[in-house]
Design a protein. Sequence first.
Length: 172
Amino acid sequence: MSVLSHCMLIGAAFCVLSDLSSEKIPNILCASLLGTSAVMRALAPPAALLLENAPLPSVGGSFLSGSLSWLCGAAVPLLLFPAFRFRLIGAGDIKLLMALGSFLTPSRSLNLLFLSFLAGAVLSVFRLFLLHFRAGRTPPSAPGLALRSVHFSVPVFAAAVLMTGGDLLCAS
């Protein structure tokens, strides 16, 4: 697994723990992730030239291409701004997706976004089934009552683990 993957997963884990404990994702965590990925992505091409079988992926061979890929990967979650305006997703979740997307290329950042929503849907359906079978009845239908304890940072973390899962399986 690459250094970028390790940093991404560790940062995502801290954000999830913070979200679950205080229901907030601190700006300092997201800013730290953005800064770490900016440095690592910008320096990845030179590091790849110095190290044989370098763990850092080369994104095109120059500082400029690494920086542009970082910027575009971080910008993909801005597509969720309308959902934020309608209060469908929180600002902390968008910040977390931006921070994690900065570790990825734009296409993989979009994959992270889609996997996050897929994992959120699976988690929500699983939670509804648990509520139904535990209570023996249909879950309450009051607005927001059944979904309050589903933090979107958890599916985002699950998606990040799935995105790096290939690296885990291919490690020798």
